[in-house]
Design a protein around this ligand. Structure first.
Ligand code: DQA
Length: 149
């Protein structure tokens, strides 16, 4: 089975230090460990990456086509601004699950618009790092069903 690309956008490298009252005290490394553990349980290998650069995220999504079985993506602030990421996910032809640590709908109105949701299989937000595990479970089900057809 091809790996799942778990892609993280800007400022998520600051987790643990950044606004802990909003994002919690876990680091991105802790989340990577959690994803690897969940992946092992679900029989999925995990390619976990983070970048602060929009174009790099676009290139990784392009790379996922043919290389990955699906995407888990927390595009962070680019979620709310990036047509390029929307287009790249669409072009990947892969199932994508959008994740946010926080419940973006409880926050500022500018976080209520997502360019990712319209090309995602589903969205998980508000459950902190556990959302990544939930996303991998959802993706595992989609990928297994697809390979049975
Ligand atoms: C975030 C929510 C975004 O609005 C914000 O810009 C982030 C993180 C989240 O995981 O809750 O950087 O994607």
């Amino acid at each position: 089975m091809k790996p799942v690309f778990v892609l993280n956008g800007p400022n998520l490298n600051m987790l643990g230090l950044r606004e802990p009252e909003t994002y919690g005290r876990e680091s991105l490394e802790d989340i990577q460990r959690l994803c690897k553990t969940a992946g092992a349980r679900l029989g999925l290998s995990i390619e976990f990456r983070q970048t602060n650069i929009e174009g790099e995220l676009v290139s990784w999504i392009q790379e996922s086509r043919g290389m990955a079985c699906g995407l888990v993506i927390n595009a962070a602030a680019y979620t709310h601004t990036s047509v390029a990421i929307h287009d790249a996910i669409k072009a990947s032809n892969l199932p994508a699950v959008e994740v946010h640590l926080t419940n973006v709908y409880k926050r500022e109105p500018f976080r209520h618009k997502s360019f990712v949701s319209g090309v995602a299989a589903g969205v998980i937000c508000g459950f902190g790092s556990h959302g990544y595990e939930l996303a991998l479970e959802a993706l595992s089900r989609i990928v297994t069903q697809t390979s049975k057809n």
